[in-house]
Design a binder for this molecule. Structure first.
Ligand SMILES: C[S@@+](CC[C@H](N)C(=O)[O-])C[C@H]1O[C@@H](n2cnc3c(N)ncnc32)[C@H](O)[C@@H]1O
Length: 273
């Protein structure tokens, strides 16, 4: 946890407030979830990726979900707003969790989204009985898959489902790629698709479906960088040059990883066996 701030994406999470204020919302004013959904999602393809979870898990108002690594709370708020479900959003970084909580309150969604600050690996199992577990680009930070998947299994109801979007290993990483993954992405370990599947099954999941997303994620990270460079002046005016440099460097490194062809992206679903 102490090193997670080496990842530039997480260094200045308060920049989300600059974006919100810049589109005309007053400090601390009430918000609508739809007003902020283009700023508060830290994964790829925004709320489209959350819609896929809604379809896949058939999420409705009766459901209680846990989100692993909830960031600024964007996916959790969208899930709650769109379906009326209840989400426990677990986030290890206190500053992100605090911002997430304040945005949820401003969106009037605190009755449906509960923010819990801590390591998912230490999440109390007696708060369990969830219908589903969801996670976007967070598991890549958690090398101990056995503890993680056992935890998920233990907090899910019988036949509860897990929906994950995550990186995986397609080919052997070069020493430079390993360095970028460990340092800039805080991702010390990635399994192959086969290993991912096996780890879920060994820890009590069945019906594992593994859908490769590498091509569309590569396109997404390329377009993200192109758009960033196009709008860099505006971004630097809003957030300062130092933050603009950090974000550009981060986006470039992620694109570099996808271009090398050894980093894969996947959507994985499984059912508690
Ligand atoms: C790339 S962000 C994605 C955030 C959110 N899922 C989204 O899509 O907007 C991954 C998040 O996982 C969190 N995280 C990493 N390890 C964690 C752990 N062990 N327990 C809880 N959260 C964790 C990070 O702090 C980070 O906020």
């Amino acid at each position: 946890m102490s090193d997670i701030k080496r990842m530039k994406l997480y260094r200045h999470p308060e920049r989300v407030y600059n974006e919100i204020n810049a589109v005309g919302h007053e400090e601390d004013a009430l918000l609508k979830e739809k007003d902020i959904r283009s700023f508060d999602q830290y994964h790829y393809l925004g709320t489209d990726a959350v819609d896929d979870a809604i379809d896949c898990l058939k999420i409705g108002p009766q459901d209680r979900l846990v989100e692993i690594g909830s960031g600024l709370g964007g996916p959790a708020r969208y899930l709650a707003e769109k379906t009326g479900c209840h989400v426990t959003a677990v986030e290890i970084q206190p500053d992100l969790n605090q911002i997430a909580s304040s945005l949820t309150k401003r969106c009037g969604l605190s009755g449906l989204v509960e923010h819990s600050c801590g390591d998912i690996l230490e999440f109390p199992e007696d708060s369990g009985n969830f219908d589903g577990a969801v996670s976007w680009l967070a598991i890549l930070h958690i090398p101990n898959r056995s503890i993680l998947f056992k935890k998920c299994r233990n907090i899910l109801k019988p036949a509860g489902k897990i929906f994950i979007e995550d990186y995986y290993k397609l080919g052997e990483f070069s020493p430079r790629e390993v360095e970028i993954l460990c340092e800039d992405v805080q991702c010390p370990y990635l399994p192959t698709a086969q290993e991912y599947r096996r780890q879920l099954m060994e820890n009590g999941f069945t019906d594992v479906e593994f859908e490769d997303k590498t091509e569309c994620w590569s396109d997404f990270v390329r377009e993200r960088l192109e758009k960033f460079i196009e709008n860099r002046d505006r971004y630097a005016k809003l957030n300062g040059n130092e933050i603009a440099d950090e974000m550009e460097d981060f986006y470039k490194k992620i694109l570099q990883l996808f271009r090398k062809g050894n980093l894969g992206g996947a959507r994985i679903t499984a059912v508690k066996g």
